[in-house]
Design a binder for this molecule. Structure first.
Ligand code: OGA
Ligand code: NI
Length: 336
C-alpha cells in the first residue's frame, strides 16, 4: 500500500508563503530565462491536410524536436471529453484520488502522484499527475484507471484509438525522412505498431502564489520515442533552442508533438529530442495530457544499423542497454 500522496494541489489551496523547496535558483527561474522580443524563430505548426506535411514534420524534428499539428483528424469532442474526465478527476476529494496512489516502492510508475512525494534532493516541481498505460490491451492495468468521474474509461479509450493512428502516421513520416521504409521505426521499437506501448499522463499545475520562482516541470527530454500532448488554454510549455527558452503558443485545436530520446538515438542524432519545461500561472490551473509512445521493454537502445553504416559512426553507445534499463537509469538519475 502506498503512503498518503502529499499533493501540490492540497498545498496550493492552503498556502501562505511558498515553501522554500520549490524556489528555483536565479538562473533557472522562468522570467529571467525566457526569450522575449521579436524572434524570427517560431515553433512550426504543420497542417496535416497539406501535401508538404511530411517534409515539414521532418524539418521540424531536425531543427526543434517539437512541432504542433492541426487538421490531425482527432475530433474536437474526443479531446474535450478526455479533458473533462481529467479535470473532474482532479476535482475529486483527496481521499478519492488517493485510491490510485502511485507506490514509489513498487518500482512501477503508474498511478496518481506528486513531485512532493517523489522528488529527492532536487527542487520540487509545482505539479501533480495521473499516469497509466492505455495500449496495447496486454499492457493496461485498469486498477490505475479511476472509476470516477463517470465516462473516464470510454473517454480514454476513444482518445487512445486516435493516438494509435496519429502516432503511427508521425513515425512513418519520420522514418521516411531518414531514408528508411515507413514502418522502420515501429518495427525497430516494437516489432510493428501493435507492440508500441502508449502511456497517458494527466499533468495538473495548480495556481501558484509566486509563479516566477518555480517550475511546473524542470527542463528535461522525454525518455520515450515520441510524445503527443494536448493542454488546456493556459500557456506554460517552453522549449529550448540554441540556449534560449521559447513559449509554445496556444493554437486552438492543435496537438503538440515532440521527439523523445529514443528517436534521437535511433536516428543517430539526425532528429533531436526537445529539451522542454513548464511554467505555471498565478491565477489559473494549467492542465496537460501527454501520450508517450514507448518501445517494448526489451528494445535495445541504439542507432538504427542503416544509419551507422560506412563512414558514419554511432554517436550513441549504451552497451546493449534495454529500454527498461534506460528508463530506470533516467528516472533514478543514474549514469547511462
Ligand atoms: C511531461 C511534460 C509538459 C507540459 O509531462 O513530460 O513535459 O506541458 N509536460 O505539461
Ligand atoms: Ni516532457
Amino acid at each position: 500500500m502506498a503512503g498518503v500522496v502529499q499533493s501540490v494541489q492540497a498545498l496550493a489551496s492552503s498556502l501562505g508563503a511558498l515553501p522554500p523547496e520549490f524556489v528555483r535558483p536565479e538562473h533557472e527561474r522562468p522570467r529571467a530565462t525566457t526569450f522575449r522580443g521579436a524572434s524570427p524563430l517560431q515553433i512550426p505548426v504543420v497542417d496535416m491536410s497539406l501535401p508538404d506535411a511530411g517534409s515539414r514534420m521532418v524539418e521540424a524534428a531536425r531543427e526543434w524536436g517539437i512541432f504542433q499539428v492541426v487538421n490531425h483528424g482527432v475530433p474536437a469532442d474526443t479531446v474535450a471529453e478526455l479533458q473533462r474526465v481529467g479535470r473532474e478527476f482532479f476535482a475529486l476529494p483527496q481521499e478519492e484520488k488517493q485510491r490510485y496512489a502511485m507506490d514509489p516502492a513498487s518500482g512501477k510508475t503508474e498511478g496518481y502522484g506528486s513531485s512532493v512525494q517523489r522528488s529527492t534532493g532536487d527542487r520540487k516541481i509545482w505539479s501533480d499527475n495521473l499516469f497509466h498505460a492505455i495500449s496495447p490491451p496486454a499492457a493496461v492495468n485498469h486498477g490505475f484507471w479511476p472509476d470516477k468521474p463517470r465516462g473516464y474509461r470510454e473517454a480514454n479509450e476513444a482518445y487512445c484509438g486516435h493516438m494509435r493512428r496519429l502516432t503511427r502516421e508521425v513515425l512513418e513520416r519520420l522514418s521516411a525522412g531518414l531514408g528508411l521504409e515507413k514502418g522502420a521505426m515501429a518495427e525497430a521499437f516494437a516489432g510493428g505498431d501493435d507492440g508500441l506501448v502508449l502511456m497517458q499522463k494527466v499533468n495538473f499545475y495548480p495556481p501558484c502564489p509566486q509563479p516566477e520562482l518555480v517550475l511546473g516541470f524542470a527542463p528535461h527530454t522525454d525518455l520515450c520515442a515520441l510524445t503527443v500532448l494536448v493542454a488546456n488554454d493556459v500557456p506554460g510549455l517552453q522549449v529550448s533552442k540554441d540556449g534560449h527558452w521559447y513559449d509554445v503558443e496556444h493554437v486552438p485545436g492543435a496537438l503538440i508533438v515532440n521527439v523523445g530520446d529514443q528517436i534521437e538515438i535511433l536516428s543517430n542524432g539526425r532528429y533531436r529530442a526537445a529539451l522542454h519545461r513548464a511554467t505555471v500561472s498565478k491565477e489559473k490551473t494549467r492542465m496537460s495530457w501527454p501520450v508517450f509512445v514507448h518501445p517494448r521493454r526489451e528494445y535495445i537502445v541504439a542507432p538504427h544499423p542503416r544509419l551507422v553504416a560506412g563512414e558514419i559512426p554511432a554517436k550513441y553507445d549504451y552497451k546493449a542497454k534495454t529500454f527498461e534499463d534506460y528508463t530506470y537509469c533516467k528516472i533514478n538519475k543514474l549514469p547511462q
